[in-house]
Ligand binder design. Structure first.
Ligand code: ADP
Ligand code: MG
Length: 551
């Protein structure tokens, strides 16, 4: 099949293009960032595939990205000599959106006022180019292939795919050339200084050289092309990190936390990780995939090496190992003890960093917790070893207020209180009217009000925090008996109205020698009775409690 063929876009693509054209989005600059990022991905993929097949690198020169503006006609080309695409890949990659959740995202986008923010979360990728171009022609040759193909579209309903002309095929020896026929109002992107500005702002950290090829004059490199995570912390500014975050994560927000360090020792690796400050649209997609990229000695290996547990899947960034072999297969990724070691160490670091951020910068931590707390709480259930640390990170709405930590809860325990109490329900309002709160309130006991769906999960396992078991007010018997009510602490205890002696005699009768004694208590308000261990009984924890009570 060598003839030109027309194909319709997937419905979601057509809808997205329609939105892009009638732009809800005014930040047109990002089209260049998206195209450069795709070019860089293609160069990464080529470098990885050529480890096993060095011949793929034979023709086509040193890896680089070129940007070529031309006037009359107004075109801007973004050219890479990366892996390229064959015919089917052009059709699949530039005609559909593979991301799950696209449909619901588009609905939200159409309804939202702030389309820009949402687009940032979604990342429109290649299609962003239709904001500045009314026609796009892509010619691509997969590395090592005898064929080159041309994809072209004016947006709208579909695209054409055809074998590249002889002239185009001769020019594209390896990789992809994207020619944008610029809209009139986007002509500024043909000015070299404008291109330099945008590349400087969004793509400076791309690892491959980006060359600007002006119409009159010599080509020149316009990015620093270094792997930022390999540089030392002291020479980097917060702006450098923010830019690296945006470029590595394809994000538009600012990072709420940055973790940059180098591990030396048995294994050496550089770590540059970020926590976003806003929630991406696909946080809850079933795959629960992470977004940490694995590099080996500056060579990109894979996006999905599961370098962090899935409850930290919101963390973005790079881990670059010095010791792993370059030709890591998928099986090796799964069973590699060194990777397991790195995963363990980095997970601990991330949790530690979140913890200290919570102390040092509660506001930044709050943004992370608001966006990703639901996800972090999955870890209390999944990561038995670290559950206490994750509980310590967690923020709760309680009867005392919002954003309470368990540490604060434990510091505020009432006299004789040995458990941490909670209630699970659908809404704070409903929980607050739960009668079970009354007797807790009478004693000034704080109760965690848990309303996230994930709360039902992690509370189903027995848990404790600093030796204090977590206990549901709605399951089993809860006895505040030994915790005095607020009234009791203030006033003289009330005289019981019933005839004590009679009641005690009746109970002693019924229980016989199952108990050593029956006594009236002035401590209980909610419960009719409670069992206590005798002076010589084995339950030392209970004894300690009794000792405190009798003080
Ligand atoms: P994303 O980069 O998030 O996958 P894009 O819309 O930016 O989404 O790109 C869609 C796909 O098109 C890419 O995943 C890639 O497979 C392919 N692609 C785009 N540009 C290039 C390129 N320059 N070289 C090779 N493949 C490309
Ligand atoms: Mg992309």
């Amino acid at each position: 099949d060598t003839a030109a063929q027309s194909q319709p876009f997937q419905a979601e693509v057509a809808e997205l293009l329609n939105l892009m054209v009638h732009s809800v989005y005014s930040e047109t600059d990002i089209f260049l960032r998206e195209l450069i990022s795709n070019a860089s991905d293609a160069l990464d993929k080529l470098r990885y595939e050529s480890i096993a097949k060095p011949e793929l690198m034979a023709d086509g020169g040193e890896p680089k990205i070129r940007i070529v503006p031309k006037k009359e006609p107004d075109t801007l080309s973004v050219i890479d000599n990366g892996l390229g695409m064959d015919r089917q890949e052009l059709i699949d990659n530039l005609g559909t959106i593979a991301k799950s959740g696209t449909k619901s995202f588009l609905t939200k986008l159409t309804e939202a006022k702030d389309g820009a923010g949402l687009i940032g979360q979604f990342g429109v990728g290649f299609y962003a180019a239709f904001m500045v171009a009314d026609r796009i022609v892509v010619t691509s040759r997969r590395a090592g292939s005898a064929e080159a193909w041309t994809w072209s579209s004016s947006g709208g309903a579909g695209f054409e795919i055809a074998p590249a002309s002889e002239e185009d095929a001769a020019r594209v020896v390896r990789g992809t050339e994207i020619v944008l026929h610029m809209k009139k109002d986007a002509a500024k992107y043909l000015e070299p200084y404008e291109i330099e500005r945008v590349v400087g702002a969004y793509s400076d950290n791309i690892q491959f050289p980006i060359e600007l090829v002006p119409e009159d004059g010599e080509p020149r490199q316009i990015n620093s092309a270094s792997a930022l995570w390999q540089r030392s912390k002291s020479e980097l500014t917060p702006e450098d990190y923010a830019q690296a975050y945006k470029q590595i994560a394809g994000a538009f927000d600012e990072p709420a936390m940055t973790l940059h360090y180098r591990a030396e020792g048995r294994y050496s690796y550089a770590v540059l990780l970020f926590a976003p400050s806003t929630k991406p649209f696909d946080l809850f997609e079933p795959a629960r995939k992470g977004h940490v990229k694995l590099y080996v000695r500056r060579v990109f290996i894979t996006n999905d090496a599961d370098l962090l547990p899935s409850y930290l899947r919101f963390i973005r960034g790079v881990i670059d190992s010095e010791d792993l072999p370059l030709n890591l297969s998928r099986e090796m990724l799964q069973n590699n003890p060194q990777l397991a070691q790195i995963r363990k160490a980095v997970t601990g670091k991330v949790i530690g960093e979140l913890e200290s951020l919570g102390d040092k910068d509660p506001e930044a931590f709050g943004r992370i917790w608001d966006a990703f707390g639901l996800v972090i709480k999955e870890g209390i259930w999944e990561d038995y070893e670290r559950r206490e640390k994750l509980l310590a990170l967690s923020r709760f709405t309680t009867t005392k207020g919002e954003n309470r930590t368990l540490k604060q809860y434990v510091e505020d325990l009432k006299e004789n209180q040995t458990e941490i109490y909670y209630l699970v329900g659908d809404s704070i309002e409903r929980l607050k009217s739960n009668p079970k709160l009354e007797s807790a309130a009478a004693r000034g006991i704080e109760v965690l009000l848990l309303t996230d769906p994930v709360d039902a999960f992690w509370t189903s396992a027995p848990l404790d925090f600093q030796g204090k078991p977590l206990k549901s007010l709605s399951q089993g018997d809860v006895d505040f008996g030994m915790i005095p009510t607020t009234e009791e602490t203030k006033d003289e205890p009330e005289k019981p109205e019933t005839d004590e002696a009679l009641t005690i005699a009746a109970i002693k009768d019924a229980l016989g020698d199952k108990v050593s004694d029956v006594r009236a208590s002035q401590r209980l308000t909610a419960s009719a009775s409670c069992l206590v261990a005798g002076g010589l009984g084995p339950d030392r924890a209970l004894e300690r409690m009794l000792a405190q009570q009798n003080r």
